[in-house]
Design a protein around this ligand. Sequence first.
Ligand code: UD1
Ligand code: CA
Length: 426
Amino acid sequence: MPQIIILAAGKGTRMKSDTPKVLHTLCNKSMIDYIIDESKKITSSIDVILAHKFDEVKKKIEKKGVRIHKQNLEKFPGTGGALKEVPFTEDKILILNGDMPLVTSQEIQKFFEIDADIVMSIMKLENPDGYGRVVIENGNVKKIVEQKDASEDELKIPYVNAGVYMFKKEVLEKYIPMLDNNNAQKEYYLTDIIEMAVKDGLKVKALEVGVEDFKGINSKKDLAEAEKIMCDRIKEKWMKAGVIIRLPDTVFIDAYSKFEGECEIESGCVIKKSKIINSKIKANSVIEEAIINNSEIGPMARIRPKSEITDSKIGNFVEVKASKLNDVKAGHLSYLGDSEIESGTNIGAGTITCNYDGKAKYKTKIGKNVFVGSDTQLIAPVTIEDDVIIAAGSTVNKDIPKGSLAISRTPLKIVQGFYYKFFGKK
Ligand code: UD1
Ligand code: CA
């Protein structure tokens, strides 16, 4: 079993954000979560190096079963400094960056399949700006020069260091203590190990890696580009599994959503942390932390967290929150929050569960085969038993027993000829 060390102590200044870089998300999942999850497919021996906003990042990942270390950025800044105080526990050690969310376990695996003391990752780029350049002589890697330390000729080299390496344990044990900070950035460069190892005759191999998979996120623009790639991967996976996605470029499906059976997602939908089973989600609906089973949702519906919708039809401009709906029709313009609604019930247009009194939230329970007339306000807590009719426009502030009619209405007054008195004859 190898050891994987994830470097995530850097400040990420170019992100221009208060949020620590590795906690920024793509498809609703943070960069550090992606890289840890992919690493876990390979090994359980994982170390994460943090420093900037240590407590905030630690809190997010402490349940993921990784060892967390704090880099001393004052004393030992840089990617080499990051490894100064980490115990090397396994024979082969892979170094990953926390800001590379698109790297997959298949790509990581390739580093272990090459027989060498060091395997480093290189990419050929049209625009190598910002990366360390890889100096290659007679087909062999000689050294890595950081951009800020490179000569004019070196800056023209199109081969760059992608920043992922496999080292044999004894290589790190020998060279990490030897690193110095005698360079333009006054940092301890992990990359200096390459030149030292080559000079000592160690076997250093270069693995050419895909520019897309090894994309590092340094700015919000990089983040947006990587999110597009990630989201495409997610949608492709679900389409392969049998989900119809209409105009996939307009659909956002996050990393945590799941689909079962035959599902169809129309254009413009946003689906987060939800499970969709044998259902159709019509255009421009937003579904978050919900379970949708054998139902039709939308167009333009909003299903919010903790909702469970089964065998139901939810139409346009209906908002559902923390509600359990079973065989229910709510066709138009309603808010159903903190409610439980049972089979055969019809919710008329404009129905509102008034679940909040300004201090606390209360439940609305509606039984079987209830007809809720349009523009009904249900003042929670309230229970409507089975087989009830609620007349349109009613304000329901009492429980309604089985089989009854509930009606609250100010009597309609008709004043004949009033129009002409008010506006005059036309
Ligand atoms: C580094 C490489 C460069 C390579 C590039 C690829 C060095 C000296 N240079 O550049 O050759 O082309 O990656 O992306 O290694 N980090 C720490 N502690 C630190 C500094 C950085 O943990 O003190 C982490 C960062 O959080 C990040 C990763 O290391 O995840 C890379 O740091 P970054 O500053 O992006 O890379 P560079 O040093 O610019
Ligand atoms: Ca840097």
